[in-house]
Design a protein around this ligand. Structure first.
Ligand code: 6PG
Length: 242
């Protein structure tokens, strides 16, 4: 089931996704299970962090949630580019989540070494099927070029890599990254895209239409085996599919 949920503003996208996240995490809790979630980077999730830290702070049992990252920029945590650093500043510092439940990719380690370490961590912490760690939820964004996580159009081999995590680099800035690979993304129980902004509209249209160009965009290759794929998008990003 692929579900497109379209809302008027990025704030409404974040709010509706907070509702989705609350019901998913609480359903896991009610079944005595912890929720293992991979966070995305970029700007869109920050709106969601603010809402979680505010009105949802008391609505979620944070002790039952473990936070990981789908990708990280290889910079120190205090750097505003750090996906972990921004989540800590906007969310973790404001909610009663146990420190042991937070599993950052360490940005000050050489990318190849950290990719190996994080792969081992995921294998140790998560349920594993066919040698692949299974996240309960992977949250993704999409860049204007159709990248997702840190799988960029010029590194499509990361989609089917045998690695669990691998090193990558931003094609524009050359910034070193660590990313989970396409097989890990597509093994997740639930996958949710948070996509906002009109600069995403052309690629989202291409992916929505499954047209001849979409294959060149990594985000188009996100197709979880669980079939539980949700797009939370604003009307700007959805303007060509409305
Ligand atoms: C990152 C992200 C990346 C992001 C997209 C969308 O570390 O940059 O993981 O994949 O999700 O670039 O970013 P925005 O939400 O800022 O548009």
């Amino acid at each position: 089931m692929t579900e497109f949920k379209i809302y008027d503003t990025p704030q409404l996208v974040a709010r509706e996704f907070a509702e989705f996240f609350q019901s998913l995490s609480n359903s896991f809790h009610e079944n005595g299970k912890e929720l293992h979630v991979a966070l995305s980077g970029g700007s869109t999730p920050k709106l969601w962090f603010n809402i979680l830290a505010g009105e949802y702070k008391e609505r979620i049992n944070w002790k039952m949630v473990h936070f990981y990252w789908g990708d990280e920029r290889m910079v120190p945590a205090i750097d505003r580019e750090s996906n972990y650093g921004e989540a800590k500043r906007l969310l973790f510092d404001k909610i009663p989540v146990p420190t042991d439940n937070i599993h950052p990719i360490v940005g000050t380690t050489p990318a190849k070494d950290e990719a190996k370490r994080y792969s081992e961590l995921l294998l140790n912490n998560l349920h594993v099927e066919e040698g692949i760690p299974v996240f309960d939820l992977v949250i993704l964004g999409m860049g204007p070029d159709g990248h997702t996580a840190s799988i960029f159009p010029n590194q499509m081999e990361l989609l089917n890599s045998r690695e669990i995590c691998d090193s990558a680099y931003h094609p524009g800035s050359g910034q070193a990254r660590v990313t989970i690979t396409g097989r890990v993304i597509n093994k997740a129980r639930y996958v949710a895209f948070l996509i906002t902004g009109k600069d995403k509209a052309p690629k989202l249209k291409s992916i929505f239409d499954h047209n001849m160009h979409s294959g060149q965009y990594p985000a188009a290759h996100v197709s979880p085996l669980s079939d539980m794929l949700f797009y939370f998008v604003d009307t700007d990003a959805a303007q060509r599919i409305l």
